[in-house]
Design a protein around this ligand. Sequence first.
Ligand SMILES: O=c1ccn([C@H]2C[C@H](O)[C@@H](CO)O2)c(=O)[nH]1
Ligand SMILES: [Zn+2]
Length: 142
Amino acid sequence: MKLDETTKNMLVAEAYEAQKAAYVPYSNFSVGAALLAKNGTVYRGCNIENASYSPTNCAERTAFFKAVSEGVTEFEAIAVVGNKKGEKGGFCAPCGVCRQVMAEFCDPDEFLIILGAGDKTSVYALKDMLPLGFTNENLKSS
Ligand SMILES: O=c1ccn([C@H]2C[C@H](O)[C@@H](CO)O2)c(=O)[nH]1
Ligand SMILES: [Zn+2]
């Protein structure tokens, strides 16, 4: 999919809005995500940390799970922004677990990951962020 500038900028702005809700008392690193579904709906997500650390949910997965829990499973693109509170920071690339969740629902050639940092953006296809990923294709009999 080719992403136009307006959509890209809208998604990054939505990701910055989502970032405001980040619950990050342990890392102080706030992440926001904005997931564009094929039906046009944008799902915002933030990271949500926990005193026990491992239950922490990343912003990207929060956005995906919000959408999937509402029956929406087809997606175009996600924008991600992240930085330490009070700092500017650079691009925040999705962690491996979030890339795996993306691979569950998204076409690796088509789905786009937009990284935002201030006015800068950088766009990647999922296949370039998760080469040779394990998917439901691997579970089919050969
Ligand atoms: O792409 C990323 C990378 C990190 N985090 C969160 C997890 C944790 O709350 C904090 C520091 O790792 O940032 C995300 O939400 N998304
Ligand atoms: Zn993650």
